[in-house]
Ligand binder design. Structure first.
Ligand SMILES: CC(C)(COP(=O)(O)OP(=O)(O)OC[C@H]1O[C@@H](n2cnc3c(N)ncnc32)[C@H](O)[C@@H]1OP(=O)(O)O)[C@@H](O)C(=O)NCCC(=O)NCCS
Length: 181
């Protein structure tokens, strides 16, 4: 039986990942959707964390992708690291059979393993609430998108020790590649 394989991307995945993004985010008004360039730029930036670029492979083909990259949160007196989730994409002919859920959960599990505590995402709550995401503005987190309300979401990952306090609210600072989308 063919099973879905979830693993971090390797250099050979770059073109297949771009194809999944281009087809999943295809729009009639652009030849290449901005998500393709966003991933390429993030891949060559300080925000990239190789273990957290997660690929879903089915029958030897890349069919899904979930990316977590570095952002920082500015509080009153310091900044601390967090993660942004996105883009998330599944090849159109493989959607709605669980691949998106599986590849996002694999990326979040890998982030927990690395000791990460906070993930933000801009997207449809109908998809993201299954992972535990909730409104980021209610956690005191702001961004250029916080005015959108529900789509601006955040998730606290479980701490490695029980006495670790949750990270404070603040302004989430996205690195320059995000200005593209
Ligand atoms: C969003 C996406 C990654 C989900 O992947 P998937 O493999 O289809 O998701 P799953 O099969 O694990 O889960 C399906 C559920 O996700 C939700 N969902 C799927 N696509 C969705 C979308 N575009 N918007 C909101 N919710 C969506 C639905 O609740 C769906 O449940 P249903 O089939 O009972 O209606 C995929 O549809 C995709 O690549 N879409 C285009 C790119 C995109 O919009 N990505 C960002 C999403 S914010």
């Amino acid at each position: 039986m063919t099973t879905l394989r979830l693993r971090p991307e390797n250099p050979a995945d770059e073109a297949p990942v771009a194809r999944v993004l281009a087809t999943a985010f295809a729009r009639p008004d652009v030849a290449t959707p901005p998500e393709v360039g966003l991933v390429d730029e993030l891949r060559h930036s300080d925000a990239w964390i190789p273990e957290l670029a997660m690929v879903a492979e089915y029958g030897g083909e890349v069919v899904g992708y979930a990316l977590l990259t570095r952002v920082r949160v500015r509080t009153d007196d310091h900044t601390y690291p967090a993660l942004a989730l996105g883009p998330v994409a599944v090849a159109p002919n493989r959607q709605r059979i669980g691949h998106g859920t599986a590849v996002v959960q694999a990326a979040l599990d890998a982030a927990t393993e690395l000791g990460e505590r906070l993930v933000v995402v801009l997207g449809d709550p109908a998809f993201y609430r299954r992972f535990g995401f909730g409104r980021a503005d209610r956690m005191g987190l702001t961004s250029p998108w916080s005015g959108l309300g529900e789509p601006w979401q955040a998730l606290l990952l479980p701490p490695s020790t029980t006495d670790e306090p949750p990270p404070p609210g603040g302004e989430v600072l996205f690195p320059p590649p995000w200005a593209k989308v």
